[in-house]
Design a protein. Structure first.
Length: 262
């Protein structure tokens, strides 16, 4: 028997009526989405969001009375919905990342980019609902046999990367490997590459040492993506990733290579 999932209750906040209409039209044929309301200004948005408590909100950044970030700050932290920011300005991307936005749509965006953001939101909310259901079941079991409840895992840290007219939010565990490019780094993930303005040294400090290993002055790899190790000692050592990339291991990092083999 198939269980019918309840629709994702969605709210739209933008001071431009045409922008709100555009989002409604993009969502209208999606059977998994239910648009429950909209607002054109900050205070109105806060009141409606507190009353309706939607699952997802498309939120403009610059609006009359309050910014999108101030709207979120005025809400009860326990009832803040999943957020996709929609704005014509890319300078707020890092701030959006800091408040754990699911995505950051830069106007004008195409249908494919919008659909990608919606897919990300659906995946996030599906996992969130599964977690809530699990917690309810554990609570029921605790009434019969009290036991310690496992803590909810923290949301994986993400990297905000400006990619042309859009900003990509990439989880660190999605990264395959990283190579230095002067004052930039080239991020390789899922068959795609992104140029990110940050030095290798700065980015390395933010990485989980248990997940990433630096194997060369200009290369850091995700341990989980390593398929095989070749050479070593007398021969040049090379790490081969799942995608087939062969990356040289410098002599100074041979000890780390040995540790990976252990």
């Amino acid at each position: 028997m198939t269980t019918q999932r309840s629709p994702i209750r969605t709210f739209i906040v933008d001071d431009e009526p045409l922008a709100r209409e555009g989002i409604r039209l993009l969502l209208q044929n999606d059977p998994e989405i239910e648009v429950v309301g909209e607002a054109g200004a900050g205070r109105e948005a806060v009141a409606q969001l507190e009353y309706l408590r939607p699952d997802l909100v498309f939120l403009d950044v610059q609006m009359p009375e309050m910014t999108g970030f101030q709207v979120l700050g005025a809400l009860d932290p326990a009832h803040i919905p999943a957020v996709i920011f929609v704005t014509a300005y890319d300078r707020y991307a890092l701030q959006a990342f800091e408040v754990h936005a699911l995505d950051y749509l830069l106007k004008p965006f195409d249908d494919e980019r919008f659909a990608d953001a919606v897919r990300r939101a659906k995946s996030h909310l599906q996992l969130s609902r599964a977690w809530d259901l699990r917690q309810q079941l554990l609570s029921l079991l605790a009434d019969v046999t009290p036991q310690a409840q496992p803590a909810k895992p923290s949301e994986p840290e993400r990297l905000a990367i400006k990619d042309g007219a859009r900003v990509v939010f990439l989880r660190f565990d999605e990264i395959d490997w990283i190579e230095a490019a002067d004052y930039y780094v080239q991020i390789h993930a899922g068959g795609k590459s992104y140029l990110h303005r940050e030095t290798m040294m700065s980015l390395e400090r933010r990485l989980d040492a248990g997940l990433f290993v630096r194997i060369h002055r200009s290369a850091i790899v995700n341990r989980h993506r390593i398929r095989e190790l070749r050479g070593g000692r007398q021969r040049e050592a090379v790490v081969v990733l799942e995608g087939g990339q062969a990356i040289k291991v410098s002599r100074s990092q041979q000890a780390k290579l040995a540790a990976l083999r252990a």
